[in-house]
Ligand binder design. Structure first.
Ligand code: ADP
Ligand code: MG
Length: 776
């Protein structure tokens, strides 16, 4: 004991000595004076006192006030200074990977250390930490997985849960767990951090836990609604128009093009008819608008206006996703109205951007240049860019919603909430008074909901249900009823039913051994099952690659002007397989080959592939392999050939896809010259236009298996693969004797298979053996 004590004392002293030494460096000193100006600094003593006296504390404050970078650091400094450094282990969760990294890096540099020393991070597939690490940033998902191994979070002294106001599904889930854990871990301190939204809700949930508000320090931000923006841009164009003297041909031409531009602007917006519809009812008009995407022409005109007529300062544009960002990037690149191209620095900011150095986004641009950041709602609260003076807000964000009745996930840009609009506007007032250009009418703003619906109420729940079982949190229904806002009963039932269908839960809703395996794989349970089947049936490499693409993102990029060429490239990868999944696989293999021979760049360019996504897929593939080895489905010492006997057999690969993705099946039915597609739940669906199967009139095989069904303008199945009835018969669906007693029926009568009862018995036996392999 004495020995341990003295080792601890030594470590405590070392940590303190290092911290003190760094304080003398010029860089840390400069950072320190920046830190002292942040609003969080003023509440430091109050904050430390509050966590000393309370087990749970809710902290709220305007975005940028220093919650994320300062509060965990205050705890760290305090623990080290009072010689408790050896025993302290602070964890802070972030909803997004990108913020976990950027914050850990920022704090390390504020402390004058390298990343991974006292401060580190851990996200899926990536970690930078060491034995020395005392403050660890991680994604909420990483913490949840740790809870599965260690339900009491042994050794963690402080847990900070960040961005709880966003009401992500993982965060809401974590809060239920923490509320139960707190009485069993009296020494654990829990700090919940939120933007200035609804802090009371969280305090109440934790038995009226104390709250600490950090008063903001922001400048006023003027707000312009669509009507004002149009008038302003119109006014300027018009007044210039009037000012143009003389009537040389060139001038007149210029005038005409301006006029055209103006009419186009109004044509696109069709403001008149919108206003007319507002007259009816705001709800209806919101719905009328909800189908339309955002108007990039209007965004562009607004940028032109700011660049030409407003003072210096960075512009932050809120868009809905990568699609708009890349389209606008292309437009802006050729737009001379923004000024000489050397005068603007246009940067994208998106949650799934590669985890590269993001310095440019935070840094001041070089003198004479204007920084324009094109961002998704990630810039709304988790990332703060200080020098923003102008915000351009399209008013929408991509939001998932879940239609429990039709078992359908929808991903559509939809109007944000008033709370989000307020957040976005606030981003313009960090260093000086700013302006927020809202590209929607005031009346739309008035009709926006106060808050966004929490994610737990608008996503499929199967992964969450699996987590609940693996963490041994009791019956799914009663556990979820303890949530801040419990999800709909039907949504919970759907998730349980799906998990039973794929064999992850038994009839009593208990986890089967297969279910337990699926919990260890950080992917959707269907994709997890595909991985297991790939290892059992010796198709491992294709399963790993396709799973990586489905779990991460499609490596095919969508160029705006070259859509047809891109579709063609994808089709040529698919060959005659009638499969988007095979196209993915072949593209990946081609990339590997090209990389080996040094023409990665041209290969990706010619085939419309994202090298960054492919690289990420490659990394994920290795991670999945390690996980499969951990649970005993792969013995790495046997080498890859032991698991890839059938990897080049595309029929086998398609059968494995069927086994994994079941029950996502559509039946192809001939309707005259065309084929119609039916699913069990929603009836007729369409094939997504980006699929290699779009436009095929006759499929060789009677079914398609798909990875995702989405509702946008219609109900589409995204990536699909044509499969045979035999694959279904062996790997999916319920087998029941047909009414005549002779054949087999499956999928509620979709598949009729005429065979004797003995064949049915044989298939049952084969499936029984397969179940044993999956449940080993
Ligand atoms: P909050 O969590 O309250 O929104 P943060 O702690 O994230 O605030 O940020 C506090 C300040 O530190 C902000 O002014 C922000 O601009 C600055 N900051 C945070 N991260 C970085 C970074 N990686 N580089 C430069 N400045 C940063
Ligand atoms: Mg923050």
């Amino acid at each position: 004991v004495l020995e341990i004590d003295s080792a601890k004392e030594k470590l405590n002293a070392e940590l303190l000595a290092k911290q003190e030494k760094m304080k003398d460096s010029a860089n840390v000193k400069a950072m320190q004076s920046f830190r002292e100006k942040l609003p969080a600094f003023k509440v430091k003593a109050e904050f430390l006192k509050a966590i000393a006296n309370n087990q749970v504390l809710v902290v709220s404050g305007e975005t940028g006030c220093g919650k994320t970078t300062q509060l965990p650091q205050f705890i760290l400094e305090e623990e080290i200074s009072s010689l408790r450094g050896a025993d302290c282990s602070i964890m802070c969760t972030q909803p997004r990977r990108i913020s976990a990294i950027s914050v850990a890096a920022r704090i390390s540099s504020e402390r004058g250390e390298a990343l991974g020393e006292t401060v580190g991070y851990q996200i899926r597939l990536e970690s930078k930490s060491s034995a020395e690490t005392r403050l660890l940033f991680c994604t909420t998902g990483v913490l949840l997985r740790r809870l599965a191994q260690d339900p009491k979070l042994t050794g963690v002294s402080h847990l900070l849960v960040d961005e709880i106001h966003e009401r992500g599904i993982n965060e809401d889930f974590l809060l239920i767990i923490l509320r139960d854990l707190i009485p069993r871990r009296p020494d654990l301190r829990v700090i919940l951090m939120s933007a200035t939204i609804n802090a009371d809700l969280f305090s109440k949930y934790f038995g009226n836990a104390p709250t600490l508000h950090i008063p903001g320090l922001t400048f006023p931000v003027a707000e312009l609604f669509l009507e004002d923006v149009l008038e302003k841009t119109h006014y300027i164009i018009k007044s210039e128009f009037d000012n143009i003297q003389g009537n040389s041909r060139r001038r007149r031409k210029q005038q005409d093009s301006k006029k055209d531009h103006l009419t186009e602007l109004f044509e696109d917006v069709d403001i008149d008819s919108h206003y007319r519809s507002y007259g009816r009812s705001t709800r209806e008009s919101l719905e009328a608008w909800s189908g339309s995407l955002i108007d990039l022409g209007l965004v562009e005109s607004t940028l032109e206006y700011i660049c030409r007529h407003e003072g210096d300062g960075a512009i932050l544009v809120f868009l809905t996703g990568w699609d708009d960002i890349s389209k606008l990037l292309d437009k802006v690149k050729v737009n001379h109205l923004l000024g000489d191209q050397s005068r603007v620095l246009v940067l994208p900011l998106h949650g799934s951007m590669p985890t590269v150095n993001q310095r440019e986004i935070f840094d001041r641009p070089p003198p004479g240049k204007r920084k324009i950041v094109l961002a998704t709602n990630i810039a709304e609260s988790s990332i703060t860019i200080d020098d923003v003076v102008y915000v351009v807000d399209c008013g929408k964000a991509k939001e998932t919603s879940y239609d429990a009745l039709n078992k359908l996930a929808c991903l559509l840009p939809s109007w944000i909430s008033k709370a989000s609009a307020h957040q976005r506007r606030g981003r313009a007032g960090r260093v000086q008074p700013g302006v927020c250009y809202k590209l929607y009418p005031r009346i739309v703003h008035d009709a926006m909901p106060q808050f966004q619906l929490p994610e737990i109420l608008r996503t499929p729940l199967q992964e969450l249900c699996l987590h609940i079982k693996s963490l041994q949190l009791g019956a799914i229904g009663s556990f979820l009823s303890k949530a801040l806002q419990p999800p709909d009963h039907l949504a919970v039932q759907n998730a349980i039913e799906l998990l039973k269908t794929i064999g992850a839960l038994d009839d009593k809703e208990d986890l089967t051994p297969l279910g337990r395996h699926l919990c260890t794989l950080p992917v959707d349970p269907n994709i997890g099952k595909m991985l297991l089947m790939g290892s059992i049936f010796q198709c491992l490499t294709p399963a790993l690659i396709i799973a990586a693409a489905l779990a991460y993102r499609d490596p095919f990029v969508l160029p705006i002007n070259k859509k047809e060429e891109a579709d063609e490239a994808k089709r040529s990868f698919a060959g005659d397989s009638c499969s988007d999944h095979i196209a993915l696989l072949k593209a990946f293999e081609g990339w590997k080959e090209a990389k080996r021979s040094g023409n990665e760049r041209s290969f990706c360019w010619e085939n419309y592939l994202s090298p960054v996504t492919l690289q990420m897929m490659d990394d994920m593939r290795m991670q999945f392999l390690n996980l499969l080895s951990d649970i005993g489905f792969v013995d790495k010492s046997k080498g890859p050939s032991a698991y890839n006997l059938y990897s080049n057999d595309l029929e086998m690969v398609c059968a494995i896809l069927c086994a994994g993705l079941y029950p996502n099946v559509v039946q192809c039915k001939r309707r005259g010259k065309r084929t119609a597609f039916y699913t069990k739940e929603v009836g007729q669906v369409d094939i997504h236009p980006a699929s290699v199967n779009a436009g095929i009139h006759q499929f060789p095989l009677p079914y398609l298996i798909y990875s995702e069904k989405v509702k946008t303008t219609s109900i589409f199945i995204r990536d699909s693969t044509n499969i045979s009835d035999y694959a279904l018969l062996l790997f999916g669906g319920n087998l029941v004797p047909s009414k005549s007693g002779e054949g087999i029926e499956m999928l509620d009568g979709y598949l009729h298979f005429s065979a004797s009862k003995s064949v049915l018995e044989l298939i049952r036996k084969l499936r029984g053996e397969l179940d044993k392999l999956l449940n080993r």
